[in-house]
Design a binder for this molecule. Sequence first.
Ligand SMILES: Cc1cc2nc3c(=O)[nH]c(=O)nc-3n(C[C@H](O)[C@H](O)[C@H](O)COP(=O)(O)O)c2cc1C
Ligand code: SF4
Length: 483
Amino acid sequence: MKLLEPLKINQITLPNRVLVPAMVTRLSGEDGFVNDAVIDRYAGFARGGVGLIVVEACAVHSSKSGPLLRLSDDKFIPGHRKLTDRVHGISDSKIVPQIIHFMKVARSGWRQTVDMLDTDQIEDIISDFGRAAIRAREAGYDGVEIHSAHAYTLMSFLSRHNHRKDEYSGKTLEGRLRLFGRVMAEIRKSVGNDFAVGVRFLAEEVVRDGYTIEDAKPIALRMAQLGVDYISLSVGGKFEDAVPREGQPLYPYTGYSGDRCMPGDWYPAMPNAHLPAAIKEYINGHGFDVPVVSVGKISDPQDAEMLLQTGKADIIGMARQLLADPDWTNKVAAGRSDDIVKCIYCNVCKQLDGAFKEVNCFLWPKGMNQAPADDPDGINPVWGDAAASLTGEVDERGRVILNWQAPSNDATRIYDIYRAEEDGKVTCIEAVKKPRYIDPLALGGLKYTYHVRAVAPDGRSTPPSNSVSLTPDIPSYEKLENA
Ligand SMILES: Cc1cc2nc3c(=O)[nH]c(=O)nc-3n(C[C@H](O)[C@H](O)[C@H](O)COP(=O)(O)O)c2cc1C
Ligand code: SF4
């Protein structure tokens, strides 16, 4: 599989093309130090064999925030050194921190925008990025990733919502690119050319009057010309459409652009994959082969392989799927894809992040703040003598109600629900904790076939249950008698 082939980035070789994009864990305190829980989180990804781990956003400056890692002072280096030593001691996974600068946001709803920054503050931002990159190198990281995405400072300069009128003017593409260019030059001056420097930015802003792929293409080209070693694309996640919450600072993933950034279960798989594909084609057409990372609701190994094989991406980023199951890569390599704990895109993790609470996964056993490790001696749940005895019926509202028997041993953590429409592709549509599921999304007149699997905490599962097929009636559109 191309997915499992190594890839050289600057001086480092990723053992495969699987990348964990930055994901805030909220496991550190507000002091910003790396602690054991943070180390355990990233050790899990190394154990699972991913190619590149991008550590959650680490602030380059000391501005106040909720729990967030920091690289804003030398005092943070020893903690990060412990983290990189642990990861490097586990596997060939490479690790880089995402380095971020953010502007001020108040609980009152006020927020700083790029036009409020004076030139001295801009010079500070540039030197803060340079110093953070030096600290990352001293801490043993394999490179850094510049956070130039979502609602944060560097992206806000790239944005069409940049209202500055000086050399960083939002009126020209070159003006919008100027701060990124200066930060990149400063980082190269600080850490040299032999240190991997990746960037994350937005393929589309997905807000009113925000930029689209048409601006993202030349932005990516300039980043390639400036010598970035990989380009990771995200979309949305902006303040402009964020929904205010009483007494809380604005959280940039609450509007439609937040939905597009972390697409939920009602989105199709890979809803954003055409964007990195277009950017890759564009920069390749201009003679640059900087690896492009595709991210956004990718979880199926065959989908990931297809994106690579068809030239739509060079690296596959999976945030929530790897949170749910950090052992994904090793399971795929071992031909055990059936044992993957499948992310159901319920966004419980996103809600925890937004509430500044420790980020964990709905699918993990209650009370755990790390994913259960793949257990070589693990026990598969076993259906009892009556197998699962899956039954289905359609209720008066057109919903399909499924019931089944729990397995005979107690290894089960969750049940995955699979559905095929009209004998088409079978998809895992949901995971539930009790042996009952109600499907509210069946359309009358179509045939649906269901089966379930009982899944242990490490992803081992029963064989598929018996299948049931149902065709709900097409409802009458006459006025209801008791309406
Ligand atoms: C809990 C959580 C925290 C995140 N934190 C960051 C972050 O620190 N930096 C970043 O660039 N993206 C962050 N993201 C966005 C992810 O990196 C990723 O782009 C997004 O979840 C879509 O990928 P997925 O569908 O594979 O989860 C976060 C996402 C989640 C769910
Ligand atoms: S909490 Fe939900 S969306 Fe987040 S990783 Fe777990 S299953 Fe996926």
